[in-house]
Ligand binder design. Sequence first.
Ligand code: GAL
Length: 835
Amino acid sequence: MMSVWHGLLLICSVFPLSLQGQTVRSEYMLEKGWRFFKGEVEGAASVRFDDDGWTPVTVPHDWAIYGPFDRSHDLQEVAVTQNGEKVATVKTGRTGGLPYAGVGWYRRIFDVPGFRTGQKRVVLKFDGAMSEARIYVNGREACFWPYGYNAFHCDVTDLLTADGQRNTLAVRLENKTQSSRWYPGAGLYRNVHLIVTEKIHVPVWGTYVTTPFVSDSVASVRLETTVAGASGQQVRMVTDILDEEGAVVAHRENEQKINYDKPFVQHLDVRNPSLWSPEGPKLYTAVSQIYVGDKLVDRISTRFGIREIRVVADRGFLLNGKLRKFQGVCNHHDLGPLGTAINVSALRHQLTLLKDMGCDAIRTAHNMPAPELVELCDEMGFMMMIEPFDEWDIAKCANGYHRFFDEWAERDMINMIRHFRNNPSVVMWSIGNEVPTQCRPDGYRVASFLQEICHREDPTRPVTCGMDQVSCVLENGFAALLDVPGLNYRAHRYEEAYAKLPQNLLLGSETSSTVSSRGIYKFPVQKRADALYPDHQSSSYDMEHCSWSNLPDDDFALAEDHHWTMGQFVWTGFDYLGEPSPYDTDAWPNHSSMFGIIDLASIPKDRYYLYRSLWNKGASTLHILPHWTWPDRTGEVTPVFVYTSYPRAELFVNGKSQGVQTKSKASLQHRYRLMWMDVRYEPGELKVIAYDDQGKVAEEKVVRTAGKPYKLVLEPAQDHITADGRSLAYIRVKAVDREGNLCPLDTSLVTFSVKGAGTYKAAANGDPTSLEMFHMPKMRLFGGQLTAIVQSSETEGVIRLIAKAKGLKTGEAIVSTDTAEPRRTAGTSESAASL
Ligand code: GAL
């Protein structure tokens, strides 16, 4: 079924639903034709304002990602009490060193097709606008929404021109300095929708599907539909449930009088349902036609899944009756070199990497996600824990959300829950992250207030909170009142928390915070907290963490050893812009985090294979580290680690055995990693032979010392993308020697050009200290690699990316594009979620 159409000019049409010759609902995305100005402007909301000199932009748009990076951007002098700091120090790069602060204006003209005064309702819906958004239509303020991460909507019917033509939309956004602990992005960074309905209609987020009974043979589906503008009228609702092939699997027709805002309730049975799970993300769609008399007034589609979630004391989390522990990651919302401007193919690329690692869950830290991410999680099979806040009523940042909490928290919660309560991927709400309120004696009241909003708006999902102040929350009743107590780190306090808390369960709401830079190895190899080096990097031997955190091995053991642990959400799946711990205290240059399992260029670090070796049960993993090109280390002790799903392996250096290692309980590291600590480096070949449980040779892997860098090799992750002007292909660029070995020390400057049916979008190399701008068609290799991203145009054809570097043979990649509609396109509008 088609989900989105995109027109060319001002607006892009989605689903003009014309039945009986009458269009009852149309949705449009306002993508093109915007103009942008960075700075405050008098009179910019006015119809007569001349914006000719402003920059033409396409939305989603992040005004700050084009930089430049600078130490002076949003310098924050602060003591991060969550990290145990007592004295305020200058933090550089906390928000990525990017110019996100200040005022920005967007303007565009829009027409409302088919508008007739007094007969239609018109709503503008913003999936997120960063931040303190003031929306003006034809010079009059339509709405204000302060929280930059949340979706909101406003009815603009009464502000439109009489014929619906040439309306002026102006949006003023303002980001204060010191408003975030990471890069928040800036601008209209998510989609803007225009929704046109009849006067009697289903409002935004007006349907709620639950599955009160689920079995293999039958599922009961309960559909609540709010019908606005019909109070006191007799309404007929005709609902079909369609499976993924579009076949009708259930049908129901009911009639009832609408009482004010009480929703219309229907129950339908689905026989032999295909249940939703990460391994089999089956989806259904409820399509309801709403009649008053014989007149069709609305037609609304809601996509959902049939699945049962339960949290059981001393057991944990059950999905469809099966116990499972979360193999999850936390992610911030930025897309690395793309900034925060939402892009479906970028999200899909990220999720594809996580899927292969065996990850089955995402925590949206610490804010509401873009709808496109949630829809992709529905489709690709990831469970989600959605979290709204990093602050409640006590500040972490001088200008953070605490300024709005008292007035806005309930409204923000309601929007979040109604927005995502039909998505089967969402299995839990979190009400906050490490909020200082947790230690206030009456902090439990705030937790209770927020949890009750969740229970009221969506009684089907459990509620948790990421807590780090374990002593406080165990004493003051805060942890005890949550459906699911979630601890951030503090692995050593799990048993105590389990013993003291009434839930008889514990979730690792945030774990690990191990730091590493891809391809960088430090010697001697030792476990260290807050290790600092002159090059501002961290070691990829995966033995370094922050003072408050730990290594992955601790969390693996907690999940395996205790029946009452519910699994974990690792900090983080991907590196993100900002928070460059442990180099956050005046250690510029430093624009991004080092916590990621995957770097900012979407290139897996070694740690990826450690998680994969345990989490991906459907494939084997055999990965060697470090690289084996060390011109200055001949004869030096250079430990070798192997991350593998096999229990034992033998290592050879130039054919000489270094012995067999077997996973053991000698230490947590020995339990999950094979380690040869005494290997002396000599150039040549490092080979590992892995043995299975029966002791038979199962697999082998070789890493060779690289010779002189010879050429650039380009490897597209997608060789085919949609010609829609939005889709992206991620192309790995590597310097290799004559034999094709990666040259891990090469830092050549690569320059790019693009020919054919697309444009150059951005590049990233994963180096947290790099200050090269992502959108410029040149970048240095880091660890011999980087990722370049190209974007399709709206014309079918072939995109050629050409990469050149001094002294290296030129590399080239080809990506083809066509306009074929993908089977299911996630996102871009509510309607995509509902079909
Ligand atoms: C946690 C916090 C995260 C991030 C992380 C870094 O305490 O919840 O947002 O700051 O530390 O280790």
